[in-house]
Ligand binder design. Structure first.
Ligand code: NDP
Length: 504
């Protein structure tokens, strides 16, 4: 079942080896179980194209069982009515500690499944997942309502903030554990019960996490994992009348299906979707910092990030200098298997489908007149079995080309010159998306003026990609609705109840 990995791979931890050698189960009502159909699917190592593990394929009946377990736990109230807020905090805190303790195992699982370098999962994905839990572990004791001044005499009015109920969380593959944790941590802190549907490409860390929730003392039914395909397990979760809310991260195309699928019981939906972030380099910026920052704004996580700085606007006087600098930086990037003993900077893209999609964008851009100053193809040689793409910088592109308008979700940036501030705001905002935007300048007035003028949920000035559990994150326009992180995520996973008391 489990093909031996190439010799140049980092040795698997015994626990990881044992985890992968068995069929990866679903987790429902505090138990690891097989899918009712008995069917399984494969998860693939994108560095080799070979099977990593077999995973139970959850479908509608399995989702139904998970919803029943979550519903019973929520309606019984043990997690949020009976357990004190302090005890709920302790559960979250213990889970954060367990994630740290098992950080090596989780990092290997995410690196194998997604392809990204182990040094990245070990230093970014896993610590940030724990960090999210530590932050939200502080919230159960601070979820407050308010006292409202009321006109009517003898009337007292106050509000309560209560959990939404049973929540389906549907997450993507680009940061497998971390994207799950962005939703799970506030959702659980608020007292909801959860069914997590990980991406079919990267289910491993979510299933491993289930064991840690057991150890952390979560009552059965609070946290369930149903792996499977989006059209089966995902769609069943969205349509289920026992689910009160769906939290989703992924493509706009699937988001539309989720909104449509949710209408049966008018469940709440929050969406964190794609982007085509404009990254603007002004001539008055610290150009050396802008070069390095802009290189990693696009190529960080292989461009498989909804906030990737994929539309690069450079003020004309410094255009050539920035492009030359970025091309030189890019040539230093080492691409290779994420589990290689000699750690690369970037791994493969996640699967064959994404590889084909990215290369399709590249071919179309070239035939439309854009020119790759570096990259532009698949990486072959010893990496030919994996899904490796050269980090690619396009020039001679236009705003109306597909590479400048659509989310590629790969290591491809298109750079275009601009002349004036007025012009660049209109061009940067001319997009269906609005997740993030950034600029590089030493002019404070311009920086703050653009922070206001750019239509996006996050603005980075002389930096890129920063997020923290305490700071809200989400999109304008078709980049979604609702804000994750910060206290906004508590609002996202709670309902407000208004209570009226007549005392005269
Ligand atoms: P999807 O939007 O298809 O996948 C995201 C999640 O939704 C996965 O868990 C998927 O399940 C699930 N899903 C798929 N179809 C349904 C459905 N009908 N009902 C409920 N859930 C469903 O993204 P892809 O992986 O296909 O990537 C395609 C593009 O999406 C990328 O190129 C990128 O542009 C964008 N994307 C954006 C992300 C972001 O962070 N905003 C993250 C990932 C992708 P499963 O994978 O099991 O089918």
């Amino acid at each position: 079942m489990f093909d031996p990995l190439p010799e140049s791979y980092i040795a698997l931890l015994p626990e990881v080896e044992s985890f992968l050698s068995q069929t990866v189960k679903l987790y429902i009502n505090g138990q690891y179980v097989d899918s009712l159909s008995g069917e399984t699917f494969e998860t693939i190592d994108p560095s080799t194209g070979k099977r990593l593990a077999l995973v139970q394929r959850g479908k509608a009946q399995d989702v139904d069982n998970a919803v029943k377990a979550a519903r019973a736990e929520f309606d019984g109230g043990a997690w949020w009515r009976t357990m004190s807020p302090t005890d709920r905090s302790k559960c979250l805190w213990r889970l954060a500690e367990l994630i740290e303790r098992h950080g090596d195992e989780l990092a290997q699982l995410d690196s194998l499944d997604n392809g990204k370098p182990l040094k990245t999962t070990r230093s970014v994905d896993i610590p940030l997942s724990a960090e999210h839990l530590y932050y939200y572990a502080g919230w159960p004791t601070k979820i407050e309502g308010s006292t409202i001044p009321i006109n009517e005499r003898g009337m007292f009015n106050y509000t309560l903030r209560e959990p939404v109920g049973v929540v389906g969380l549907i997450v993507p593959w680009n940061y497998p554990l971390l994207m799950a944790m962005w939703k799970l941590a506030p959702c659980l802190a608020a007292g909801n019960c959860v069914i997590l549907k990980p991406a079919e490409q990267t289910p491993l860390s979510a299933v491993y996490l289930a064991r840690l929730t057991q150890e952390a003392g979560f009552p059965p039914g609070v946290f369930n994992v149903v792996s499977g395909y989006g059209e089966e397990a995902g769609a069943a979760l969205v349509a289920h009348h026992g689910v009160d809310k769906i939290g989703f991260t992924g493509s706009s195309e699937v988001a539309r299906k989720i909104v449509q699928g949710s209408i049966g019981n008018l469940k709440r939906v929050s969406l964190e979707l794609g982007g085509k972030a404009p990254n603007i380099v002004f001539a008055d910026a610290d150009i050396d910092k802008a070069i390095v920052g802009s290189t990693w704004a696009i190529f960080g996580n292989n461009g498989q990030s909804c906030t990737a700085g994929a539309r690069l606007y450079i003020q004309r006087p410094v255009f050539d200098r920035v492009i030359e600098g970025m091309a030189a930086e890019t040539k230093k990037i080492v691409v290779g298997p994420g589990m290689n003993v000699v750690q690369p900077n970037l791994g493969p893209v996640v699967n064959d489908e994404q590889l084909t999609r990215i290369l399709g964008f590249v071919t179309e851009a070239e035939s439309g007149g854009a020119r790759a100053v570096t990259g532009g193809g698949r990486i072959g040689g010893g990496l030919q079995d994996g899904y490796f793409v050269e980090p690619t910088i396009f020039v001679d592109a236009r705003d109306d080309m597909r590479i400048a308008r659509e989310e590629i979700f790969g290591p491809v940036v298109c750079a275009m010159p601009f002349d004036h501030v007025g012009e660049i705001v209109a061009r940067a905002n001319d997009t269906d998306y609005g997740l993030a935007a950034g600029l590089w300048t030493n002019d404070l007035r311009k920086a703050h003026a653009l922070a206001r003028a750019l239509r996006a949920g996050t603005i980075w000035i002389n930096t890129w990609g920063n997020t923290e559990a305490s700071s809200p994150f989400g999109g304008f326009k078709q980049s979604g609705y609702g804000r994750e992180m910060g206290k906004e995520a508590i609002d996202l996973y709670t309902e407000v109840k208004s209570v009226w008391v007549k005392y005269e």
